[in-house]
Design a binder for this molecule. Sequence first.
Ligand code: FES
Length: 580
Amino acid sequence: MAFQPAEWPRKLRSQEWYGGSTKDVIYHRGWLKNQGYPEDLFDGRPIIGILNTWSELTPCNGHLRELAEKVKAGIWEAGGFPVEVPVFSASENTFRPTAMMFRNLAALSIEEQIRGQPMDGCVLMVGCDKTTPSLLMAAASCDLPSIVVTGGPMLNGWFQGERVGAGTHLWRFSEAVKAGEMTQDEFLEAEAAVTRSSGTCNTMGTASSMASMCEALGMALSGNAAIPAVDSRRRVMAQLTGRRIVQMVKDDLKPSDVLTREAFENAIRTNGAVGGSTNTVVHLLAIAGRVGVDITLDDWDRCGRDIATILNLQPSGEYLMEEFFYAGGLPVVLKRLGEGGKLHKDALTVSGSTIWDEVKEAKNWNEDVILPVDKPLTDQGGIAVLKGNLAPKGAVLKPSAASKHLMQHRGRAVVFEDIDDYKAKINDDDLDIDETCIMVLKNCGPKGYPGMSEVGNMGLPPKVLKKGIKDMIRISDARMSGTAYGTVILHTSPEAAAGGPLAVVKNGDMIEVDVPARRVHLDVSDEELQARLSDWTPTHERPESGYAWLHQQHVEGADTGADLDFLKGCRGAPVGRDSH
Ligand code: FES
C-alpha cells in the first residue's frame, strides 16, 4: 500500500520539552536559549538531531563537522530547527581490539541519545565502516523519521603510476614485501599516496558498500553513495538531505516505512552487483533485526545467487569510487537491476518516491567502470552461503574476490588456535604447509576475539608467497575487510568460542570446499565429530568486567547479525518522564 503522509501541522514530540509554559518546559527552553535562539523557533517546528560521527580519531569522518553546516543550512531553509549532536564514533582504523565490538555499543548509546532527547527526526552523518550500521540500527530501533548522508569516499590514490585503493593495496603491498617484490622503503612511501584526501576508503570496501546499501535500502537520497568527500556536490547532497528531513518529519515517514523486506532484498542484490563487502551481511542482518524484518543468511544466498557484478571496482576489479561517481554512480546499477527484473521497483525511499522513480533516468557515462550486463566482472557476484558439518549455521564467501581454481577443493587443514598462534607460526619456514592446504583460524568470532575481527584474510606463509602463489583457502569465524580479497570463508557459525565444529578441527584433518554446491565439510565421521565436541573446553579470552564482558555475554552469532540479544527489535521513541 502506498505511503500516506501524516497531517500537518500537528504536535511533535519535541514540544514535550519546548512547548508551553510549565516549569519543566521553561527549564528546557531557557537552557537552550543560552545558545542564542529567538522565541519563535520554539513554535512547534521540527527539531532535527544531526547525529554526527565526526571525530579526529575517525579520520574517514574527519570532514563531517564541516559538512554538518550544510545539513544545518538545509534544515533552516526548510523551516526546521537543527541541533547537532556528537555521537559514538566507532572508527575502523583506531579501535582495539576491533571496531566491530563497538558497533553495538555505539548503536545502544545512540538509540538512547535519540530516545531521551528532544528530536523529531534525525540526520545520520556517517562514513567509516561501523558508523553506518550503528546509526542505522539505532534509528531502526527508535523509528523516528531518519535519513542518511554519508561523508563520501576519498579521491583516487596513485602510486608509481598505478591506481591504488585504500586497504586493498595495503594488503597487496604487505604481501609483496614478504615475497621480496617490494622494498620496505617503497611500502612506507606508498602510505600517504593510498589515502590522499578526506573521506572513506575509495574501494568498494565496507564503507562504500554500506553507503551503497543506504541508497539501495532507500535510506539516503539517490546518488549519495559515490560522490567524493571533497567534491562540492557532496556538500550539495548534505544540504538537500537537511531540507528533506524536515518534510519527512511533517509526513511522518519513518524507517519502518522504508526498511521493508523488499528494501532488504534490493540491498542484497545491489551488494552483489557492486561486488560489495562481506561485512554488509552481518550489518544488514542486524539492521533487519532491529526493524523486525525476518531476513536470513539463506535470503543472502537466494537473492544474490544469480546477480552478476557489473561494477569494475577494486578489490574485485580495477577502478575506484571516484570513477564510479563520474560514471553515474549507484543509480545506474539500480537501473540495471530494475531492467533485469532484479529490483523491487515500488520500494519506498526517504525521498517519498519509489526507488524506480529515482533511478529510471540514470545514464552510464563509462562502460569500463559500470560494465554492460552481458560483460560482467563475474556472473557470480552475490555472497555464497556455505553450510555443512563445519558450519551448520552457515559461513560466507565472496566469489568475486575468490580464485576460480579453488572453488572446489579438498585440502589438509593447518590450524591456528587464535590470531596470536597464527602470528607466531606463519613466518616459520618449518611450518608444514603448502598451497594445497586449507588454513583454519579459530576464536576470532563475535565472542571469541571478542568482537569478530577482520583477520579472516590472514596473509599467506612467505614460503608459499615466494613460489608466486597468491591465494589459498582460508576458513575462520572472523570477518574480512571489505577492501580485501581471496578465497576466504568467513563468519563460520556457530563460532569456535561458542563450541561450533570449527573449534575441534585438528591439524591434518581433510576439509572439502564446494562453492557451487554451497558446501563446507570436515572429513571426519559423525561419531568422531561428536566425540571431539563433547571433549571441547573453551580456550578463548574471557573479559571479567566492563563492556567487553557485556558484549561477550550477550552477543549473538554472525549468522543473525552479531547484535546484542537484548537490543533486537524496535522499541520506538516514547517521551519518557520528566525529572525537573
Ligand atoms: Fe574508515 Fe575504511 S577505514 S572507511
